[in-house]
Write a new protein. Structure first.
Length: 464
């Protein structure tokens, strides 16, 4: 293969990525800041502990490392497709007075409409996905590579109809129907205790094939999910009679070890779980030749059963209020919309399962002998819309090059998500057996206040 052909593959990858990009929701992949700084595009490049929760096959190290200890790797993504930070700062952080102190800002009608105009459509979305590893240890031999890791994760997906904001700003305007049926909420807090094994095999002509699997004991500490919220109402413009429907089902469970009580927040490092389950990751990676490798993985296959402190809230009522000024009728409406809460034996929710396809193009001896210039791409397809996950596909493109000795510079682009395109950047430091990676999947917050999403990561490990 001539040196020009990898560039052709890179161009084809770019065209395919743009063609396949749909309205996607960004999610962090794993806990490696190397991924974050490359727009979550380098799922096929990370190896060792960085590959946990991404592709278990790539646990096998490629640099002779036999023991590796991860130190609190952390990656987080959060954002919305409405209300950027500049708008929040302008309308909701107060107005400086003559003494320089901030006072409450009173919104005018123009201000309220300006806020409503930040919605891209009838529904605004918020999502967050935070992962950090409490610890990870990998041991590699010529027979097998084994790792044990503990990973914490919180995530949420929220869909908020514009009607909520309109009702909050202008009340129940006569003749206007308020429909909240597109409201969606899913939020969870879980911890994975994972055992991962991987091995390198040899295919025809000694092509390296990596295979691996992870089995996870999943502990659930908190969950809230809105299963249905088909509530709506309208005020008659002549009689001012309010007619509507309150139709809602929600389920939740929460540990007693992280609650507010008497204005104090109680938390323990190992709280009692209110749910548990089993998760599985499966993966493979093939080194086609010295220029190209490809990976495939299925992650977070499984579910959590919430069987302690489990509750359901439900209501299904048609209501009429003939005099909205009567406090008794208003209170009755609130009670109907809020529903009734009762304990249930258990309920189950799926893990944020997904398929990940990845590829790496390597240009050898660039920028100097013994080093590679990498081009990466990753396609992620979620299988459900639970907290922090999405069935919308997401694509990333990125590059990494070691321009300075033991300092790698990274760039990446994420297509779709909270914003149509986000540009990421990162840097990696290698000092003897210690590696430190820092990255952001969206550089916009560092350039302007007109941002509505942030994504950062930091990870490190000692290798022997």
């Amino acid at each position: 293969m001539t040196p020009m052909r990898p560039f052709r593959y890179a161009t084809l990858t770019l065209l395919l990525s743009i063609a396949l990009t749909a309205a996607a929701s960004a999610q962090t992949i794993g806990t490696s800041a190397r991924l974050t700084g490359m727009g979550n595009s380098s799922a096929g490049l990370v190896r060792g502990l960085d590959a946990l929760n991404v592709n278990p096959a790539q646990l096998v190290p490629n640099d002779g490392v036999t023991v590796s200890l991860g130190v609190l790797p952390f990656c987080a993504q959060a954002g919305a497709d409405f209300m950027d930070y500049a708008s929040y700062e302008k309308y909701f952080t107060g107005t400086p007075n003559d003494k320089g102190k901030r006072e409450a800002t009173y919104l005018t009608t123009l201000d309220k409409h300006a806020i409503l105009n930040t919605f891209q459509g009838d529904v605004g979305h918020f999502t967050h996905d935070i992962r950090y590893a409490l610890g990870g240890l990998m041991v590699s031999t010529k027979f097998l590579t084994v790792a044990f890791s503990v990973t914490e994760r919180t995530g949420s997906n929220i869909a908020l109809p514009r009607s909520f904001a309109e009702f909050m700003f202008f009340g129940n305007e006569p003749g206007k129907q308020f429909d909240f049926s597109k409201t969606e909420v899913s939020s969870s807090w879980t911890r994975d205790y994972a055992l991962t094994v991987a091995q390198e095999l040899r295919l025809y002509r000694h092509i390296p094939l990596l295979v691996g699997a992870s089995v996870k004991l999943v502990h659930g500490y908190g969950y809230f999910g809105l299963e249905r919220f088909n509530s709506s109402f309208i005020t008659d413009p002549d009689t001012y009679e309010v007619r509507g429907t309150a139709d809602m089902v929600a389920r939740y469970a929460g540990s007693e070890d992280w609650i507010f009580a008497n204005n104090d927040f109680h938390y323990t490092l190992f709280p009692d779980p209110v749910g548990s389950g089993i998760g599985i990751d499966l993966g493979a990676n093939v080194q086609v030749n010295r220029y190209f490798s490809a990976g495939f993985s299925l992650v977070d296959l499984g579910s959590v059963t919430w069987d302690r402190r489990a509750y359901e809230i439900s209501t299904n009522e048609d209501f009429t209020v003939d005099d909205i000024t009567t406090s008794d009728q208003v209170e009755e409406i609130k009670n109907r919309i809020n529903g009734q809460e009762y304990a249930i034996p258990s309920f189950s929710t799926p893990l944020p399962s997904a398929m990940i396809l990845s590829g790496v193009l390597a240009l050898p001896d660039m920028p100097r002998r013994g080093r590679n210039w990498y081009f990466t791409f990753t396609y992620r397809q979620g299988f459900n819309d639970v907290a922090g996950n999405s069935t919308n596909p997401r694509l990333g493109l990125g590059t990494e090059i070691e321009l300075m000795y033991n300092v790698a510079f990274r760039l990446g682009a994420n297509f779709g998500g909270i914003r149509p395109v986000t540009l990421g950047a990162g840097v990696g430091f290698i000092a003897d057996n210690f590696k430190l990676d820092i990255g952001t999947m969206d550089i916009t917050p560092h350039l302007t206040t007109s941002f509505s999403a942030v994504a950062v990561g930091i990870s490190s490990h000692w290798d022997i």
